[in-house]
Design a protein around this ligand. Structure first.
Ligand code: LLP
Length: 434
């Protein structure tokens, strides 16, 4: 069978992204991706600082009527430069490890007091480090963890502010790997058991019941489940207050999704809908609202820039093999996630398209970015960009196949800054001692 071809123009990527064609070349804000590839090589992650700030400000505006702190989820993109950018604008941070705590400390020390520490399996050394840093709140996910927290707080002679992360048993439609709010998941504490645990904890002089937290999953496109989860949390908070605890924070978690397709996407409107849903769930609540968005702030600000190495046919299929692979961006392989893929050089008028699998050089068939995708005809040496790669791209990268990880660029207007250099052979081998 012959490769399917059709004639179509390559449209501008959706306005929700900072990547647009200027003079037929894809740019991130004012910076040409061709010039970035020439200077820094590929694969290369490129992020727009402007978009990240804008997204953060959308949250700030949408929640301005109530006391709130946006605690950016570091796991989405933990680059020090991005943490610093957000920290300087007043963001707090949601962390899940001692490593992420260290990143916040290095990026913007004053933000340590606005850190919430999530995760189902915290270790004593991580708890100690966070207690010493005097973070805002530990989001505790089990009775055992509560005991460990009390023990470590006593050992360090510090009082630990905590929230129980409750599992509200609310269904949110998303990929099963990133759904967390049902009682069948490993996350949180059964909301029905929470009251008893707060009562128990309040007897310890080392534990301060400070908040209640919830997180129902990630890449959630409908806002109703957020309202449902918060309504359950709000009624728990009223019970806790009646029990004599002073609950000062409600942590609504993260999870607001984006549109990975090319459909029009109005980010400001999405945040407004989200805020309205949360406010509905929070009726009558005075406590400070903590929010933990990750993806929404950084995903669309970033792209993975890669060069085509080979275009080959096997039987009826065409394969476009790029110099980026699943070790650089694992989302398609892991979740069958869709990422738009666009040529950096905009084809003129109605250019030929092919239907191809876009894949990396890693030695397994799971190494794909797209299957049977219609894309502008490309040839070896051409550059393409995988869009919406700013979240869970670099942070989930690995050295699989002994591949050095990409460099990262932060663009601001017409300025491009190298924020992480490309790994070298020396970096790859450094930890090995035998
Ligand atoms: N808070 C907690 C407790 C979380 O577990 C997460 C994400 C967030 C906040 C941030 O969620 P976001 O606003 O980014 O949806 N690797 C997957 C996503 C995993 C999300 C894990 N937890 C992906 O590439 O889609």
């Amino acid at each position: 069978m012959k490769t399917k071809t059709s004639r179509q123009t390559t449209p501008q990527p959706s306005a929700a992204r900072p990547f647009t064609y200027k003079d037929r070349t894809l740019h991130c804000d004012q910076v040409s991706l061709t010039s970035l590839a020439e200077t820094h090589g590929t694969p290369l992650y490129v992020y727009s600082a402007t978009q990240i700030s804008e997204r953060f400000q959308l949250f700030e505006q949408a929640f301005q009527d109530r006391p709130h702190t946006v605690c950016y989820a570091v796991k989405a993109n933990s680059s020090l430069a991005i943490l610093r950018l957000l920290g300087r604008q007043g963001a707090g941070f949601d962390i899940v490890s001692g490593g992420e705590l260290e990143r916040v400390r290095r990026a913007h020390k004053p933000a340590l007091k606005k850190v919430v520490f999530s995760g189902v399996g915290k270790q004593a050394w991580e708890i100690d480090d966070a207690l010493e840093a005097n973070i805002l709140q530990f989001n505790v996910e089990s009775e055992q963890e509560l005991d460990l927290l009390a023990q470590r707080a006593q050992a360090l002679n510090r009082r630990a502010r905590f929230a129980l992360r409750v599992n509200p048993d609310v269904f949110a439609e998303t990929h099963p790997y990133i759904s967390t709010g049902l009682s069948e998941h490993k996350f949180g504490i059964d909301i029905k058991a929470a009251r008893g645990l707060y009562r128990r904890a309040a007897r310890s002089k080392w534990l301060e019941p400070y908040g209640v937290s919830v997180h129902i999953g990630s890449q959630i496109r409908k806002v109703a489940p957020f309202a449902a989860a918060l309504a359950r949390v709000t009624s728990l908070v009223s019970e806790l207050c009646r029990d004599g605890h002073s609950i000062r924070a409600i942590d609504a978690g993260g999870g607001l999704g984006i549109d990975y397709s090319d459909a029009p996407f109005d980010a400001a409107h999405q945040v407004q809908l989200y805020a309205a849903a949360l406010n509905k769930g929070l009726v009558g609540e005075q406590a400070r609202l903590l929010l933990e968005p990750g993806r929404f702030l950084v995903a669309q600000a970033g792209a993975l820039l890669t060069r085509v190495l080979v275009v080959k046919k096997n039987g009826s299929k065409t394969f476009v093999i790029t110099d980026a692979a699943m070790n650089d961006l694992i989302r398609p392989a892991l979740y069958h996630a869709h990422h738009e893929i666009v040529p950096v050089r905009q084809p003129i008028g109605k250019a030929a398209q092919i239907t191809a699998d876009i894949v990396g050089p890693v030695c397994e068939s799971g190494d794909f970015f797209a299957r049977d995708r219609a894309i502008a005809q490309v040839k070896p040496g051409d550059l393409v960009a995988l869009l919406d790669a700013g979240a869970y791209g670099m942070t989930q990268s690995s050295n699989y196949n002994s591949r050095p990880r990409p460099a990262e660029i932060l663009v601001e207007g017409d300025q491009a800054t190298l924020i992480r250099r490309r790994e070298t052979m020396r970096d790859l081998l450094a930890p090995e001692i035998l």
